[in-house]
Design a protein around this ligand. Sequence first.
Ligand SMILES: NC(=O)c1ccc[n+]([C@@H]2O[C@H](COP(=O)([O-])OP(=O)(O)OC[C@H]3O[C@@H](n4cnc5c(N)ncnc54)[C@H](O)[C@@H]3O)[C@@H](O)[C@H]2O)c1
Length: 312
Amino acid sequence: MMKYKKALVTGGAGFIGSHLVEELLKNNVRVLVIDNLLTGKKTNLDRLENIDVIYDDLGSNESLKEVEKFNPEICFHLAAQSSVVISVEDPLLDFEHNLLQPIKLIQTLISTDCKKFVFSSSGGTIFGEPNVIPTSEEDFAGEPVSPYGIAKKNLNDFIKLMLENEKMSYSILNLSNVYGPRQDPHGEAGVMSIFTGKMLNNEKPIIYGDGNQTRDYVFVTDVVSALIKSSENDNDLFLNIGTGIETSVNELVSLISVTTSWEGQPDYKPQRDGELLRSVLNNEKAKKSLDWEPVYNLNEGIEKLVDWFRNS
Ligand SMILES: NC(=O)c1ccc[n+]([C@@H]2O[C@H](COP(=O)([O-])OP(=O)(O)OC[C@H]3O[C@@H](n4cnc5c(N)ncnc54)[C@H](O)[C@@H]3O)[C@@H](O)[C@H]2O)c1
């Protein structure tokens, strides 16, 4: 039984958003999705019934009027221009979707009965190269190196400031690298999906640099459970959501190649500018305050991902 019965989900036609919507519906929560289909897909919501969807910018006047009318008890704000590379090529586009429109949304929500604002921020991009590994919420010292990271970091600050004296509390979750079914294998985000797609097509995955760079890969179902658990907590929260386990790109290739039965060698290309060498989040604070922990290990998650590729 969930605490809230009426939820607004921005970005609900996207990868993580569509998994969250599915779980909310299973728990009889009434859901309004707003998604402009920048990267989201209508097919991600195809099988779901009893759901209201607006395919538009969340910051449009029409969408904001619908938000007022819907009067959500909780907002999961997952919408974003979600590509770091695109944010570098087109910072204005990133600013529009990742900062300007969300600020309009928060302003509107303040005028409703909404009690909680849950935001999917980014542990890997808002702080630059970390100096402590695994990195806790307090260990971060650097500055973001992309417009995407700058927007996420600034939105965190806007949320804290704008909700300071309001009846709405917030959960800001710094997600590590999320993977799972429905992540777009054609995009730049989601190395796991890109590699799996390539290997199943018997193509070579491309590794930029020597492949020793590390990331913290967390399965989407674990992220959904963190989003939901954090939504039921009335405190203001700022939490890292990851596994605390560091995996190199080379290790990832060998794990996926076992599950896909791919036999070959990846293509190595020069390292890309601005790419962090190591990124792994300390999740102890989330474990304590949410009574949450990731339950999928990498092998289980990869198996689920490969099954999905094979059946879709
Ligand atoms: N996938 C990851 O590894 C990861 C890591 C850290 C943070 N995040 C964050 O989690 C959230 C979900 O990411 P995802 O991986 O599901 O990406 P995604 O691209 O699949 O989902 C983002 C969704 O937002 C929609 N959208 C973009 N701008 C919008 C706007 N102005 N109005 C309405 N809809 C809009 C897109 O169409 C898309 O459906 C994003 O905020 C992303 O930045 C993701």
